[in-house]
Design a protein around this ligand. Structure first.
Ligand code: SF4
Length: 452
């Protein structure tokens, strides 16, 4: 079967930044008349936006490339070819090596400016031109401004991401991000405001500002809290009711940012504050540049300013040299910080990072057992926090239909709690008051009281 010309299919892996960048590329495709296919089998161009943070994520993408390489062979090269573009962090880490795995085009995170040229080549080939070859980078035209597309909004979506910066300068010992995403580049306040106003004009209800470390934003003399103040003014009187931001680094989250959040209710009462570990010895070896005491003082300051706020975090277990005593300090920190949820991992070495060469690796069975203890504790905290909410009436954004039951809708409170409630699909995309009635697993259940 011949595929529809100029049809594309996206596979996006990894963080929200990748999803935002995929949305921007989709916008370019749709502006040029390309249609989204239901699956890769029916597409002419498959775009895989990749993540290098963990080896498992890379292995998954290599498996997908093998799948598409086999599909290409079945289709035939000249008659009905399939083109595969790999972008994101794997494109940066492995580069042209990915062509051996079946990629036709490679586009690193800082090279999105080649995308239009690449589409032109495929379009020209359809009109009888030459078979598309990899696009050569025009380094002359490479300017940081090209790192950010003007819009990251998917048509019809009522929630949107808005990247404010990309890259990272922190070089945490276990992390590949600074090597694959490069150093921090901050988008100009003017561009950010333009995107925010555009999202508001399209009726978007919730915006999430994105960056590897949003708290270190600085551009044109404007730091992160001042940017937040500007954004609060930009969305005043518009459909945008909630603004979130992530990720926050504990060493950079300032008292001024806490004050701006407190003073502006548009900023949701939830913060994702990555702690990673509870032992000062391990935090130092990780190059996190804060102590356990600093983190807990920060948590206390945030809770004093906004008692209703919830916190979530990332926790990394089994870093090289982690002793049982170090590990216990994660558990005691969790007891004190009381996170609503956490992304919990055990350490896996990533070649090219500072920790890769470190001795005293923790044995795999020890890492697994420690991770299980962290997960069990977090599940207990999540259940306790959610159970304490039963009986309250809470505003939530109705996000979609539950995967488990077509009759139920999935909603999210500003504190980032998931709630399911029976309701009509016409509520999707609007805010509603929900009475929280019970807890099933770690999901709140409730019923709609009123549409807002
Ligand atoms: S702050 Fe650390 S963990 Fe986060 S992206 Fe930068 S280097 Fe990686």
């Amino acid at each position: 079967m011949k595929t529809e010309k100029t049809s594309y299919y996206f596979e996006t892996y990894g963080c929200q930044m990748n999803f935002a960048e995929s949305a921007a590329l989709k916008l370019t495709l749709s502006e040029r008349g390309w249609k989204e296919a239901h699956d890769g089998e029916n597409a002419q161009l498959v775009i895989i936006n990749t993540c290098s943070v963990r080896e498992t994520a890379e292995r998954r993408v290599l498996g997908r490339l093998a799948h598409y390489a086999a599909l290409k062979k079945r289709r035939g090269l000249q008659q009905n070819p399939l083109f595969v573009l790999v972008c994101g962090c794997m494109a940066s880490r492995l580069g042209d090596k990915l062509t051996e795995n079946g990629a036709d085009f490679i586009m690193k995170p800082q090279e999105a400016f080649i995308f239009s040229g690449l589409l032109s080549k495929i379009e020209a080939w359809e009109q009888g031109g030459d078979f598309p070859q990899p696009v050569k980078l025009d380094k002359e035209n490479h300017h940081p401004a090209f790192n950010f597309a003007p819009s990251h909004h998917e048509t019809g979506c009522f929630r949107a991401f808005a990247p404010i910066m990309s890259g990272c300068n922190n070089f945490c010992a276990y992390c590949i991000v600074p090597y694959v995403r490069g150093r921090e580049i901050c988008r100009t306040p003017k561009e950010i405001s333009a995107e925010i106003k555009n999202l508001a004009a399209r009726g978007v209800r919730e915006i999430t500002l994105l960056g590897q470390n949003v708290n270190s934003y600085i551009n044109d003399g404007l730091d992160f809290p001042s940017l937040l103040e500007r954004i609060a003014r930009d969305v005043e009187g518009t459909p945008v009711k909630w603004v979130r931001f992530l990720s926050s680094h504990p060493k950079d989250l300032s008292p001024h940012t806490i004050q701006v959040m407190k003073d502006n209710p548009v900023f949701c009462r939830h913060l994702h504050l990555c702690v990673q570990h509870g032992s000062n010895r391990v935090l130092s070896a990780m190059n996190r540049r804060y102590t356990r005491e600093h983190f807990l003082e920060l948590v206390a300051a945030i809770r004093t300013a906004m008692p209703e706020i919830t916190l979530s975090t990332d926790i990394l277990v089994g870093f090289p040299g982690e002793t049982e005593e170090d590990f216990e300090e994660i558990l005691t920190l969790m007891e004190q910080a009381h996170f609503l949820y956490a992304y919990m991992y055990h350490y896996n070495p990533r070649e090219g990072t500072a920790a890769f060469e470190l001795p005293c690796r923790v044995a795999p069975d020890v890492k697994t057992a420690r991770l299980k203890r962290v997960i069990d504790l977090q599940m207990r905290h999540t259940a306790e926090l959610l159970r304490s909410r039963i009986g309250e009436c809470e505003e939530a954004l109705v996000e979609g239909v539950s995967r488990k039951s077509r009759r139920e809708l999935v909603c999210r409170t500003e504190r980032d709690e998931m709630v399911v409630a029976e309701g009509d699909t016409s509520l999707i995309g609007s805010f509603a008051k929900i009475r929280l009635e019970s807890l099933s697993g770690n999901t709140l259940r409730g019923h709609f009281v009123e549409k807002m």
